[in-house]
Ligand binder design. Structure first.
Ligand code: RTP
Ligand code: MG
Length: 157
């Protein structure tokens, strides 16, 4: 009998400023209920430089400036999620970028439920493992411990 072991994978998730006031507790609850471990979590207002770096890959897109403005318009929740196949599973749980599409193709997804429009779409998730590691390192620095905050969302002392 052959067993395949998939090492746990990390992704970066962000609750964007539009969803912080009304939906963050519900979103955090759903993340835990879906079996993700929250290994890091912090609330932060991104500086312009940080938002620009986070979305550097989109710097030539027409929406880049609006996106950066939006991402530093208020507090975000930055999360490192750990699970098997985390990158893909988190993106699937978020749903499509545009909530108009999300409501049709993935009505139970978080963006279908919580996003306002294609820009103000409640959540971020890394698109692949390389980006995940790069952006996690950028936002959290070297993560030495992998604390599981699943139960209460609070950092252990
Ligand atoms: P994200 O990177 O935030 O997880 O979202 P995503 O992969 O689903 O979408 P992406 O193409 O990477 O776009 C990044 C973010 O830019 C904003 N956006 N605005 N106005 C527009 O047409 C437009 N397109 C994208 C969204 O906030 C999107 O999540
Ligand atoms: Mg993306």
């Amino acid at each position: 009998e052959i067993h395949f072991f998939f090492p746990k994978q990390q992704t970066l998730a962000i609750i964007k400023p539009d969803a912080m006031a009304e939906h963050r507790e519900e979103i955090l609850g759903e993340i835990r209920a879906a079996g993700f471990s929250i290994s890091q979590l912090k609330e932060a207002v991104l500086s312009r430089d940080m938002a620009e770096e986070l979305y550097r890959e989109h710097r030539d897109k027409p929406f880049y400036r609006q996106l950066v403005d939006f991402m530093c318009s208020g507090p975000c929740m930055l999360l490192v999620l750990t699970k098997e196949n985390t990158v893909e599973e988190w993106r699937s749980m978020m749903g499509p970028t545009d909530p108009v599409l999300a409501k049709v193709t993935a009505p139970g997804s978080l963006r279908a439920r919580f996003a306002s429009d294609i820009l103000h779409n409640a959540l971020h998730g890394s698109s692949n493992q390389e980006h995940a590691q790069e952006k996690i390192h950028f936002l959290f620095g070297d993560i030495t411990s992998d604390r599981d905050l699943t139960s209460n969302g609070k950092m252990d002392p």
